[in-house]
Design a protein around this ligand. Structure first.
Ligand SMILES: NC(=O)C1=CN([C@@H]2O[C@H](COP(=O)(O)OP(=O)(O)OC[C@H]3O[C@@H](n4cnc5c(N)ncnc54)[C@H](O)[C@@H]3O)[C@@H](O)[C@H]2O)[C@@H](O)CC1
Ligand SMILES: Nc1ncnc2c1ncn2[C@@H]1O[C@H](COP(=O)(O)OP(=O)(O)O)[C@@H](O)[C@H]1O
Ligand SMILES: [K+]
Length: 497
């Protein structure tokens, strides 16, 4: 963001214009909130940098609109520099030291303490102020608007640096930052608005930005659709590997989801002992016997089976490792693979054995760990040291494994070995239900079978999974995600598709 600001200023846009535009956006949201609650009294908390500068300018604009505005400053105004100093100088109303400010009778607080320049944990005085603000908000149910990002949230990682403001609204500029999307930062933002302040979108092109909000524009042009002249084999054939007789449900969920995600055919490779239970519970999914790595290799000799999903219900064992190696075996045709659950955990004691297989695989490989599986498999990428975010960790994992890493959770990150990454926003917590991850694995496999590129298939699957949950609403169980996928397809492709 600092680079985007700098490039814009160098291209001739005065930096004060950027600050004025930022303040206009803040004042607009503030007056909307104040009108809704018929409030008039505003307290603006200003910090020592340009975030505080935005606060001073917003204070001036709101005062011009006849609101009763006071400013409380964390640093004495004579210690401010540059634009922040100019902004403070333009404020002629009430100004008091933040430590002495009183929230009594205030209708709205604007938090302009720290923005993207936050470089370390808040010092004790700032923490005390932030904690007092949060307590006042909880007790009075009055509103807080944060400028750029709730103060104390790290804009890059989403971590809380000592303490952080709990906002009802956050107004950010130009582009949403990763700290707004990743947990716990996201939970502090309230409603997020992104305002244009005069930075051109072409600025990003020269910066080689590779992190995206996971939204249809990222992958929609590549979304597979059935062709008028197609048949089921042109839509791809996904193979899902089942566990033993008492662990078959997970793979069946994956298999049904792969079909609903558009694969033309789906076959469940089942141990002989589980054949009867699998066959009796499935109709459109085919079931074939396959015992152990040798049995799986036999089924895989059919190269039309161009995508494989393995892991759900598989069991943690050496045999599972060998089945994964059979699934990833180098061959002439580009079979894609998605590895989940026990296909990952089975390699806990020797992750490099898995990386050898993923790196040598003939086609795209997607791994779908949740936080527990990620910690087991990517211990060296997972440490909390050096303020590294979930985005950094997923990217590191993708680099070491040479695979697309779909790191699940409320803020699912998909990372590719080339550095591209997407972050899912706003997934329903109802997705935290047994079998939901198995369904996601199946959707990825279904899209890979239709030859969608690995990173795009994984991102698209995460979005469809989350969108299905949103459309279904409360009470969701894993089966409902599968049943709701047609609605998601209709939304993406229109009624006629
Ligand atoms: N031209 C620009 O650069 C623009 C910047 N804008 C605003 O400027 C903000 C970034 O401004 P700055 O880079 O000045 O950074 P901030 O205002 O976020 O904070 C930086 C200041 O706080 C101090 N600081 C950092 N961490 C601290 C801590 N833990 N405890 C105490 N002091 C700490 C730094 O030494 C520095 O003085 C953005 O968030 C945005 O609100 C907008 O006005 C748009 C234009
Ligand atoms: N609090 C949450 N909010 C949104 N999505 C969640 C939340 N918790 C889990 N999920 C999603 O639900 C799915 C759960 O997958 P997983 O942990 O593998 O469960 P299971 O093994 O039971 O299928 C993942 O897609 C994950 O991203
Ligand atoms: K702020």
């Amino acid at each position: 963001m600092a680079r985007a600001d700098r490039m814009t200023i160098d291209s001739g846009v005065p930096s004060m214009d950027l600050m004025e535009s930022a303040a206009v956006a803040i004042a607009r949201v503030a007056s909307r909130v104040l009108q809704r609650m018929s409030g008039r009294r505003v307290l603006v908390l200003c910090g020592p940098g340009n975030n505080g500068g935005d606060g001073y300018v917003a204070a001036r604009l709101l005062r011009a609109q006849r609101y009763k505005v006071r400013v409380a400053s964390l640093a004495p105004p004579d210690r401010l520099r540059g634009d922040a100093a100019r902004a403070a100088a333009s404020w002629t109303g009430t100004l008091l030291p933040a430590q002495e400010c009183d929230f009594h009778g205030v209708d709205l607080v604007i938090d302009a303490l720290f923005g993207t320049g936050l470089a370390r944990d808040l010092d004790p005085a700032a923490q005390t102020l932030v904690n007092r603000l949060n307590q006042w908000r909880r007790e009075t149910k009055q509103s807080v608007i944060s400028v750029d990002i709730p103060s104390g949230v790290d804009g890059t990682t989403g971590a809380i640096r000592g303490a952080a403001v709990e906002a009802d609204e956050t107004v950010t500029f130009f582009r949403v930052k990763t700290g707004h999307l990743l947990l716990p930062g996201r939970t502090r933002c309230g409603r997020l608005t992104c305002a244009h302040i005069g930075i051109r979108s072409t600025t990003l092109e020269s910066m080689g930005v590779k992190a995206f909000v996971n939204a249809p524009e990222l992958w929609l042009p590549h979304l597979p659709r059935p062709r008028v002249d197609g048949h089921k084999y042109t839509r791809g054939h996904a193979l899902v590997v089942s566990g033993g007789a008492s662990f078959t449900g997970a793979a069946r969920l994956s298999a049904s989801a792969a079909l609903r995600a558009g694969a033309g055919l789906v076959t469940l490779a089942s141990p002989t002992e589980a054949l009867a239970v699998n066959a009796s519970a499935l109709t459109s999914v085919m079931v074939r016997p396959a015992d152990g790595p040798v049995g799986l290799a036999h089924v895989l000799a059919d190269e039309r089976k161009n995508a494989i999903a393995i892991g759900p219900g598989l069991g943690v064992s050496e045999a599972s490792c060998q089945q994964v190696e059979a699934a990833l075996k180098p061959q002439a045709y580009r079979r894609a693979a998605v590895l989940d659950a026990d296909a990952l955990t089975s390699f806990e004691s020797d992750p490099f054995r898995l990386w050898r297989a993923t790196r040598g695989a003939p086609g795209p490989v997607v791994m779908t760990p949740h936080a527990g599986e990620f910690a087991r498999l990517f211990a060296e990428c997972d440490g909390n040291h050096a303020n590294r975010s979930k985005l950094d960790k997923a990217r590191d994992a993708a680099r070491v494994s040479g695979a697309v890493v779909l790191y699940k959770g409320p803020d699912t990150v998909v990372a590719a070995p080339d550095g591209r990454a997407s972050i899912q926003t706003g997934a329903s917590p109802w997705l935290a239900t047994a079998g939901s991850g198995d369904v996601l694995t199946g959707i990825v496999a279904g899209l890979l079978a239709q030859r969608m590129e690995g990173f795009l298939a994984a991102s698209c699957a995460v979005w469809m999974h989350a969108r299905a949950a949103e459309q279904f609403g409360p009470g969701l169980i894993a089966d409902d995600i599968i049943a709701t996928l047609p609605q998601v397809w209709r939304e993406l492709c229109g009624e006629s598709a």
